[in-house]
Design a protein around this ligand. Structure first.
Ligand code: MTE
Length: 309
């Protein structure tokens, strides 16, 4: 993400979302949150999940594109290598510890976790800070359900996530002067973590996540830039003080802690007004909070989004 990109020479887009589609998506979001719109559907492959009834007017990006154009710095800084290099990531058995300011500290086996909390499909927009975007039919469990399971305390104000640190499996973790410092870390404020949109994804397109997309479990926060959606999580820590986050620690002027998608606040080196959907030649307008304004804007009421970007 530190590499210079020129996204400013755009071809005007004819791809503005029609109001009817927007309204339909809003309605579906309400339903998805309450899980009313979901019908149980056993799926091909290992995943069982409750399937969303419609796509909310969003057309998912192809499986091929989602799984071959990746940001996964533990493997490489280029987009094509993770799919090739990640093939042998050992994703079972896999445990995720939840600790810090919680009522009961636990280490959960991911398959046990999926028995405890049923997975659901969520078709979300995904916008990378670099200026590309996609629509992904994720399968996952709400982070809020997991946090309720361990019980919060009055001191649970922030959540910190960490990716596996295993230099034997992740080549870039063996480099002494690599691109970023590892383990990759990300964080959310507790209200953001408890928002019904926030997902721990375990699959996409009805199949288990492929390693390049962050198998076996990764965060998805659809109203924030993609770097918040940390992959291959091994620990979740509830904290009273703000969490460390890889990109914000490294380049705070470029990557904010909040990292909310905002077409009116440019990155210091490029515009954030428009984005290029994977597989499309044309750019389209970027939506405030990536189109999830109704569901999340209340959390930032009175916040200066230019200062707290
Ligand atoms: N998580 C880890 N552990 N390492 C990474 O390099 N890259 C982030 C995020 N999560 C990254 C990560 C960035 S910059 C983006 S845009 C998304 O993952 C990309 O997710 P995708 O490859 O599934 O599209």
């Amino acid at each position: 993400m530190l590499i210079r990109h020129n996204y400013t020479k755009t071809i005007p887009s004819n791809e503005i979302t029609p109001e009817s589609v927007y309204k339909e998506r809003r309605e579906l979001m309400k339903l998805a949150a309450s899980a009313v719109a979901l019908a149980a559907t056993p799926l091909f492959g290992a995943l069982n999940y409750e399937r969303e009834k419609t796509s909310r007017g969003l057309k998912p990006t192809s499986f091929d594109q989602i799984t071959t154009y990746n940001n996964f710095y533990e493997y490489s800084t280029d987009k094509e290598s993770p799919a090739r290099l990640a093939k042998n990531l050992k994703t079972r058995p896999w445990t995720m510890s939840i600790g810090g300011e919680v009522q009961k500290k636990v280490t959960l086996d991911i398959d046990q976790l999926l028995k405890l909390i049923p997975a659901q499909e969520r078709i979300y927009r995904f916008r990378c800070v670099e200026g590309w975007s996609m629509v992904v039919p994720w399968v996952g469990i709400p982070l809020a359900s997991v946090l309720k399971h361990v019980g919060l305390t009055s001191k649970s104000k922030f959540v910190e996530f960490q990716t596996l640190f295993d230099p034997k499996q992740f080549p870039a973790q063996r480099e002494s002067f690599g691109s970023i410092s590892f383990p990759y870390r990300e964080g959310l404020r507790i209200d953001e973590a408890m928002n019904p949109l926030t997902l721990l994804a375990v699959g996409l397109y009805g199949k288990e996540l492929l390693p390049q997309n962050g198998a076996p479990i990764r965060l998805v926060v659809p109203w924030k830039y993609g770097f918040k959606s940390i992959k291959s999580i091994v620990s979740i820590t509830l904290r009273e003080t703000p969490s460390h986050t890889t990109w914000n620690d490294m380049a705070p002027k470029e990557y904010g802690f909040f990292a909310n998608v905002n077409p009116t606040v440019d990155h210091p080196r490029w515009s954030q007004a428009r984005e290029r959907p994977l597989g499309s030649f044309f750019k389209q307008d970027t939506l405030m909070f990536n189109g999830y304004e109704k569901e999340v804007a209340h959390m930032y009421k009175g916040v200066n989004l230019r200062k707290f970007f």
